[in-house]
Design a protein around this ligand. Structure first.
Ligand code: PEP
Ligand code: MN
Length: 473
């Protein structure tokens, strides 16, 4: 196909987004995207090349007819909560897998993840007395940008795995072919996950009176689990007291919980963009909060062009190559009205660079009067390959980056608004260090992530206590 420019894509996307729903335009966008020529800084991070454009168009057409997964009003509620984060009145806890998998859509897996997020949230709220905005990195986190198009194992080279949304993890030529039928599987997997999450958070599982039952099995016997148990006993006493005086607020019984993912695959995200019947504004209805990744945030790129039109609260990752002027230009393009809660910058500099890299960005953005919430991703700047080949992170680097984030914000006078972590509710061995002192040799024991290493449940809880202390200081 003929290469296309950023302007072409921008124009098409603007038209499609402004005139929803227009399935013909959407499939034209898809056809053009598939034809190649993608204005991305990192070409490997681009969209998959599907062998059969008609099959992509069929998936897109079907997605456009399916019900929304989230509602515009819920996205508005989250935007209000993110505005509180921006004002320094709340703290964001965003967590989940680097990449969800279709096999991972089980009741146990979703419950375990939710359970540790609830535990982390109660630690932050109780130990630091700060309201916590709870945001799952789930129910849609199925597509991955990769640093290389190819993967080589034992002398065999195949296309890289790009997430279950695109191709299969199995290392065979068949499995690695991009399959647009998977876009429909993403929808159904997300729907099943979100349905279960909604049932858990409103149906009694997230009731604060369950604070003890979240602390089960292997966590309970760990040092941090014991510490949690004591805190849960204190909360229990407070709840008994409230009960005795006849106070029974609704807030104890349920939590607000929202979903988020990196909106990477524009065909899927477009197809899931709908006009809100109340306001006529376009919302991405596949997740409450969506973000632009580090590899797709260029100002004239298709992702920025697409996100500009959305009413959802949105995020942009900022890595060590992001300048203050880049951040300012992104804010002016993505949030021209400077609306509080609309835009979050998720910084991921790495433990070694945050103390030098973040201050100039923070100072200049703040001096410009830009309204933005600041969140720390302490994972993606701290990844390395262990001597035995596993992709891993050191728990101490994760903590050091969060500490650097807090220190820089305190020095500049801005609010360290939250954390985005890759974590799981299971007892995996993917990140080294932590209270249980996991070693490189220990990684082989239970390494299950299909992309980036996640904090296990004990490490996640330990992180929550350390962050609570930083919040309190
Ligand atoms: C991620 O969040 O998994 C990711 C790929 O991050 P980044 O875009 O910051 O590299
Ligand atoms: Mn990741």
């Amino acid at each position: 196909g003929e290469p296309i420019s950023a302007t072409d894509i921008g124009e098409l996307i603007t038209r499609v987004t402004n005139e929803l729903p227009h399935p013909d335009d959407v499939s034209r966008v898809s056809a053009r995207l598939v034809a190649g020529g993608w204005p991305l800084a990192d070409p490997h991070a681009g969209q998959p090349t599907y062998p059969d454009p008609d099959a992509v168009a069929a998936s897109v057409a079907r997605l456009r007819t399916l019900p929304p997964l989230v509602f515009a009003g819920e996205c508005d509620e989250l935007r209000e909560k993110m505005a509180a984060v921006g004002r320094g009145e709340a703290f964001l806890l965003q967590g989940g897998d680097c990449a969800e998998t279709f096999d991972g859509v089980t009741a146990d897996n979703v419950r375990n993840k939710l359970r540790v997020l609830l535990q982390m949230s109660v630690v932050l709220t109780y130990a630091a007395s700060v309201p916590v905005v709870k945001l799952g990195r789930l129910a849609g986190q199925y597509a991955k940008p990769r640093s290389s198009d190819l993967e080589t194992r034992d002398g065999v080279t195949l296309p890289a795995y790009r997430g279950d949304a695109v191709n299969g993890f199995d290392f065979t030529p068949e499995s690695r072919i991009p399959d647009p039928g998977r876009l429909l599987d993403v929808y159904h997997a997300s729907a099943a996950t979100l349905n279960l999450v909604r049932a858990f958070v409103t149906g009694g599982y997230a009731d604060l009176r369950q604070v003890h039952t979240w602390n089960t099995d292997f966590v309970k016997t760990s040092a941090v689990g014991q510490r949690y148990e004591q805190m849960a006993a204190e909360i229990d006493r407070a709840l008994s007291f409230m009960n005795a005086i006849g106070a029974d607020p609704e807030e104890l019984r349920r939590v607000d919980f929202h979903s988020s993912h990196e909106a990477l695959l524009l065909e899927y995200e477009h197809a899931m963009t709908r006009t809100d019947s109340r306001t006529g504004a376009p919302y991405n209805v596949s997740g409450h909060f969506v973000w632009i990744g580090e590899r797709t945030r260029q100002l004239d790129g298709a992702h920025v062009e697409y996100f500009r039109h959305l009413r959802n609260p949105i995020g942009v990752k900022l890595g060590p190559t992001a300048s203050a002027d880049d951040a300012i230009a992104l804010a002016r393009t993505l949030n021209p009205d400077n609306e509080p809660g609309r835009l979050t910058f998720i910084t991921r500099f790495g433990a070694g660079r945050i103390r030098d890299g973040l201050p100039p960005v923070l100072e200049k953005v703040t001096a410009e009067g830009i309204s933005v919430s600041w969140v720390c991703d302490p994972m993606h700047g701290n990844t390395f390959e262990a001597s035995n080949g596993y992709k891993t992170r050191r728990f101490e680097d994760v903590i050091a980056e969060v500490q650097g984030f807090f220190d820089v914000h305190r020095a500049v006078g801005t609010w360290p608004g939250g954390i985005l972590v890759e974590m799981t509710g299971d007892d995996v061995t993917e990140c080294i260090g932590g209270g249980e002192e996991l070693t490189e040799a220990g990684l082989a024991h239970r390494y299950e992530s299909v992309v980036d290493p996640r904090l296990n449940r004990v490490q996640s809880l330990e992180l929550a206590y350390l962050v609570a202390e930083m919040l309190r200081d």
